[in-house]
Design a protein around this ligand. Structure first.
Ligand SMILES: [Zn+2]
Length: 272
């Protein structure tokens, strides 16, 4: 047993992480089905997933992510004061996403880099993210997106890839500010006002069209014309990220217009 640690094993992949604080909870990134595995030992990450810890005390969340019993981890951990640690090397598959779906893929752990942001979350009253923490997270995200060429439309919330199961990092996360700094996709939300809307229990062609729009953006949603509990969770996840003023799972005209504008922005980003 050689217990001499290689010097580079303790060097974080990002210059914005102060040091490595290793978690054992990771594995090898898996290729997408049919993808040539000769070039790389595992899939190259092209998504960035943001989380909050949802625990009252940051240090306890960190210990949990590094405990082999938990079977969960993330690549990075950002404390409230901005202090940032790397838990899992970027080339490895950290276990942060769980059962999830985006743009036809379900093994999001293999395709993404995950960041845990210390915050007590909804169970703890969803306190504001401190400025130091947001500034540090933004630097880290920008660095990761640059080094891995992660496109804006693939910088997502945990709630986007697991609607109905996850609600982090929550509607207070400053997505607009991140997008203005080059991280993630944003379109100014359409104002909330009255008019035709769709809610749980409805069905038909307009609901099907709405589902198709969410699926086009990347959400894992059935296009069956039924506004059920699952679609309601997708609408809420979308609002939490892109129309945070009102998160109610009702597809009002503001939500639908914002979705349409985002899709247009995505198409622009993809052809740019
Ligand atoms: Zn999460």
């Amino acid at each position: 047993m050689n217990d001499i640690v290689k010097p580079d094993a303790a060097t974080p992949d990002s210059r914005f992480a102060a040091k490595v604080f290793p978690s054992p909870n990771h594995g090898e990134r898996k290729q997408r089905d049919g993808e040539n595995s000769d070039a790389l030992p595992g899939r190259r990450p092209d998504m960035l997933i943001l989380h909050y810890t949802g625990m009252p005390v940051a240090g306890e969340a960190l210990q949990w992510l590094c405990n082999p019993v938990s079977q969960v981890s993330s690549h990075y951990f950002v404390f409230e004061n901005g202090h940032t640690l790397q838990l899992v090397p970027e080339g490895r598959r950290a276990w942060h996403a769980g059962a999830s779906h985006w743009a036809g893929e379900t093994d999001i752990n293999s395709s993404s880099i995950g960041i845990e942001i210390a915050n007590p979350g909804h169970p703890g009253g969803l306190p504001d993210f401190p400025e130091e923490q947001i500034a540090a997270t933004l630097n880290l995200c920008r660095d990761i997106c640059e080094r891995w060429s992660i496109p804006p439309e693939r910088v997502l919330a945990h709630s986007d890839i697991a609607p109905g199961r996850k609600i982090d990092p929550g509607e207070k996360f400053p997505w607009r500010r991140f997008a203005e700094a080059g991280v993630g996709l944003w379109s100014e939300p359409a104002p909330i006002r009255g008019g035709r809307f769709f809610a749980r229990g409805e069905s038909g062609q307009p609901v099907e069209a709405l589902q198709a729009m969410f699926a086009m953006l990347g959400y894992g949603v059935a296009v069956d014309g039924l506004f059920d509990e699952k679609l309601e969770a997708v609408v809420a996840a979308f609002q939490r990220h892109w129309r945070p003023e009102k998160v109610d799972g009702v597809a009002d005209s503001s939500t639908i217009t914002t979705l349409r504008d985002l899709l247009a922005a995505t198409q622009g980003a993809r052809t740019a």
